[in-house]
Design a protein around this ligand. Structure first.
Ligand SMILES: [Zn+2]
Length: 97
Protein backbone atom coordinates (compact mmCIF):
# COMPACT_ATOMS: atom_id res chain seq x y z
CA UNK A 1 0.00 0.00 0.00
CA UNK A 2 1.32 3.44 -0.98
CA UNK A 3 -0.03 6.96 -0.71
CA UNK A 4 -0.67 9.52 -3.44
CA UNK A 5 0.11 13.25 -3.39
CA UNK A 6 -3.23 13.96 -1.77
CA UNK A 7 -2.61 11.25 0.82
CA UNK A 8 -4.95 8.61 -0.54
CA UNK A 9 -4.01 4.97 -0.32
CA UNK A 10 -3.53 3.25 -3.65
CA UNK A 11 -2.14 0.14 -5.18
CA UNK A 12 -0.56 -0.31 -8.60
CA UNK A 13 -1.64 -3.30 -10.61
CA UNK A 14 -1.27 -4.47 -14.20
CA UNK A 15 -4.39 -5.25 -16.22
CA UNK A 16 -5.50 -5.46 -19.82
CA UNK A 17 -8.01 -2.64 -20.13
CA UNK A 18 -9.39 -0.06 -22.51
CA UNK A 19 -7.92 3.17 -21.16
CA UNK A 20 -10.68 5.79 -21.14
CA UNK A 21 -10.26 9.06 -22.97
CA UNK A 22 -11.87 11.08 -20.17
CA UNK A 23 -14.20 10.70 -17.18
CA UNK A 24 -17.42 10.91 -19.25
CA UNK A 25 -17.11 7.36 -20.51
CA UNK A 26 -18.26 5.72 -23.75
CA UNK A 27 -21.89 6.80 -23.34
CA UNK A 28 -21.11 10.51 -23.01
CA UNK A 29 -18.15 10.95 -25.31
CA UNK A 30 -17.34 9.76 -28.85
CA UNK A 31 -13.60 9.65 -28.20
CA UNK A 32 -14.25 7.40 -25.19
CA UNK A 33 -16.44 5.10 -27.30
CA UNK A 34 -13.57 4.84 -29.78
CA UNK A 35 -11.03 4.21 -26.97
CA UNK A 36 -13.24 1.45 -25.51
CA UNK A 37 -12.58 -0.70 -28.59
CA UNK A 38 -8.84 -0.91 -27.92
CA UNK A 39 -7.33 -3.19 -25.28
CA UNK A 40 -3.96 -2.22 -23.84
CA UNK A 41 -1.77 -3.69 -21.11
CA UNK A 42 -1.59 -0.91 -18.52
CA UNK A 43 -0.09 -0.08 -15.18
CA UNK A 44 -3.17 1.05 -13.27
CA UNK A 45 -3.14 2.98 -10.01
CA UNK A 46 -6.24 2.01 -8.05
CA UNK A 47 -7.54 4.29 -5.30
CA UNK A 48 -9.37 2.89 -2.33
CA UNK A 49 -10.95 6.16 -1.15
CA UNK A 50 -13.10 8.49 -3.23
CA UNK A 51 -11.28 11.69 -4.16
CA UNK A 52 -12.08 15.33 -4.83
CA UNK A 53 -11.93 15.04 -8.60
CA UNK A 54 -14.08 12.91 -10.85
CA UNK A 55 -12.06 10.00 -12.09
CA UNK A 56 -13.22 7.10 -14.23
CA UNK A 57 -14.35 4.00 -12.38
CA UNK A 58 -13.37 0.46 -13.21
CA UNK A 59 -14.82 -2.79 -12.01
CA UNK A 60 -11.97 -4.71 -10.45
CA UNK A 61 -11.43 -7.81 -8.44
CA UNK A 62 -9.02 -6.98 -5.60
CA UNK A 63 -8.28 -9.54 -2.91
CA UNK A 64 -11.39 -11.49 -3.86
CA UNK A 65 -13.78 -8.52 -3.70
CA UNK A 66 -15.23 -7.19 -6.92
CA UNK A 67 -16.13 -3.54 -6.78
CA UNK A 68 -15.83 -0.25 -8.65
CA UNK A 69 -12.70 1.74 -7.96
CA UNK A 70 -11.32 5.07 -9.10
CA UNK A 71 -8.16 4.66 -11.08
CA UNK A 72 -5.49 6.37 -13.15
CA UNK A 73 -3.62 4.77 -16.03
CA UNK A 74 0.00 5.39 -15.10
CA UNK A 75 1.73 3.66 -17.99
CA UNK A 76 0.95 1.68 -21.12
CA UNK A 77 2.98 -1.34 -22.15
CA UNK A 78 3.71 -2.33 -25.72
CA UNK A 79 3.60 -6.06 -25.01
CA UNK A 80 3.51 -8.72 -22.30
CA UNK A 81 7.30 -8.96 -22.02
CA UNK A 82 7.55 -5.26 -21.23
CA UNK A 83 4.78 -5.54 -18.62
CA UNK A 84 6.36 -8.58 -16.96
CA UNK A 85 9.77 -6.89 -16.82
CA UNK A 86 8.23 -3.79 -15.23
CA UNK A 87 6.36 -5.92 -12.69
CA UNK A 88 9.55 -7.75 -11.69
CA UNK A 89 11.62 -4.56 -11.53
CA UNK A 90 9.02 -2.68 -9.48
CA UNK A 91 7.54 -5.37 -7.29
CA UNK A 92 4.07 -5.32 -8.83
CA UNK A 93 2.45 -8.49 -7.57
CA UNK A 94 -1.08 -8.13 -8.92
CA UNK A 95 -0.89 -8.76 -12.65
CA UNK A 96 -3.50 -10.20 -15.02
CA UNK A 97 -2.44 -10.09 -18.65
ZN1 LIG B 1 -13.92 11.02 -23.48
Amino acid sequence: MEFSEDDRPYEEIIRVISPPHCAKGPHGCDACAEAAKIKVICLVRVYFDPGQFARPLMELSMDGDTSYYEFDVVRRFENEAEAIKYALDNGIEDMEI
